[in-house]
Design a protein around this ligand. Structure first.
Ligand SMILES: NC(=O)c1ccc[n+]([C@@H]2O[C@H](COP(=O)([O-])OP(=O)(O)OC[C@H]3O[C@@H](n4cnc5c(N)ncnc54)[C@H](OP(=O)(O)O)[C@@H]3O)[C@@H](O)[C@H]2O)c1
Length: 370
């Protein structure tokens, strides 16, 4: 299985599986997660398949995700082998309305890291993410503090999740210029129906050597094919999207006409390939520019069994092109403008239209590590 082929994350020596295990579903607190026995079975299965990259956050399921994961790793004696990633920013336990007990600032960062280390039962984190941009804390404060924590041995690497591209570019460049440890990766939502990162992040990831770790590759289950376009939300098959449909804002709702068109295109391609829709959707994300790894989410072992082989086949170019087209974003300024100006910039010479895909480049260079 392709999980035991490892690639470096961004410009680091840290080798990770191209499919990571997401643990946001570990715990019943959100009303759409799973129990401890199922979480443990999924952890064991992922490790058995050769996977080494596991993702959690301090905020997931109110801390249960970190606690269970720490326990599974400890009992399996796998702390050295696993690349353990967690995140800080949000703080659900912040009942005292303390503004410094959440957000990206140094005070919360250090508090949150210590709390995660305790819940996980470890003395270091392999990959520590800023979870979400707080629109407030100066980037210098974040980068300086994280650099310091790497030097102290509490973190091996750090990365950014859910930030604007300009913020990530500034963090990376500033850190490099100042001789500080720089962020090595970006964790961002990316799927056939959520392609907003293609405007800025894909090129930035390649240019700045930051690996993209894609979250919600199935758009929270929409791309598994179990939800139907002509069915009201309350009557859909059971799953996270049915549970959350009542509270999802229109902006975040996955049940919208444009998405149903993408689901139909995916269904047609999956049928032609004779593969489950979920596998095809994940395979497509994993092979997009700059993507280092894709996060698998599941609430049942059978779901994980279905998605683990998602990279064990190649999408034929003509089918991949159909998927590319289905959810394609409209051209926007400045890129549309720059494209029209391109012939005037190269003296009429032919230039390569697109850089080779990140995955292909790595494969050519290294052939992967087993
Ligand atoms: N950085 C961030 O802000 C952020 C945000 C979100 C997630 N994440 C990370 O990304 C990970 C994955 O995110 P996600 O859970 O949203 O991923 P996803 O792949 O979009 O959705 C996973 C969900 O889809 C359903 N599903 C999965 N496989 C299926 C199958 N074969 N058949 C039918 N249904 C299936 C399950 O939900 P049901 O059983 O309920 O239908 C499962 O929990 C998380 O665990 C977390 O580590 C990060």
């Amino acid at each position: 299985m392709s999980l035991d082929i490892y690639h470096p994350l961004g410009r680091t020596g840290l080798r990770v599986s191209r499919l990571a295990l997401g643990t946001m579903t570990f715990g019943p607190e959100y009303g759409w997660g799973c129990d401890e026995a199922t979480s443990r079975a999924m952890f064991d299965r992922y490790i058995d398949a050769g996977g080494n990259f596991i993702d959690t956050a301090d905020v997931y399921t109110g801390g249960t995700s970190e606690r269970w994961l720490g326990q599974f790793i400890r009992e399996a004696k796998l702390r050295d082998r696993v690349v353990l990633a967690t995140k800080y920013t949000h703080n659900v336990a912040n009942k005292a309305r303390d503004p410094n007990a959440a957000g990206n600032g140094r005070k919360n960062l250090i508090r949150a890291l210590e709390a995660s280390l305790t819940r996980l039962g470890t003395d270091y984190i392999d990959l520590y993410y800023l979870h979400t941009w707080d629109q407030l804390t100066p980037v210098e404060e974040v980068v300086g503090t994280l650099d310091n924590l790497v030097r102290q041995g509490k973190l091996r690497h750090y990365a950014l999740s859910d930030v604007p591209a300009w913020y990530a570019a500034r963090a990376k460049t500033l850190a490099e210029c100042r001789g500080l440890e720089a962020p090595c990766a970006l964790q961002l939502e990316y799927s056939l129906v959520e392609r907003g990162i293609e405007y800025e992040f894909s090129a930035m990831g390649q240019e700045l050597n930051m690996g993209i770790v894609a979250w919600s590759p199935l758009a929270s289950g929409l791309l598994s094919g179990k939800y139907k376009a002509d069915t009201p939300a309350a009557e859909q098959n059971a799953g996270r999207l049915r549970t959350t449909a009542q509270v999802a804002t229109p902006a975040l709702s996955k049940f919208k006409p444009r998405n149903w068109e993408v689901v139909a295109a995916l269904e047609a391609v999956a049928q032609e390939l004779g593969r489950p829709m979920a596998q095809v959707a994940i395979n497509w994300v994993a092979n997009r520019p700059a993507v280092s790894s894709v996060l698998l989410g599941a609430t049942q072992l059978a779901q994980l069994e279905q998605t683990l082989p998602a990279l064990d086949f190649e999408l034929p170019p003509e089918l991949e092109a159909k998927l590319d087209l289905a959810g394609q974003l409209p051209p926007i300024f400045p890129y549309a403008f720059i494209d029209t100006m391109a012939p005037r910039m190269h003296g009429g010479a032919k230039i390569e239209e697109k850089p080779p895909r990140y995955g292909q480049r790595l494969a050519q260079r290294h052939g992967g590590w087993r």
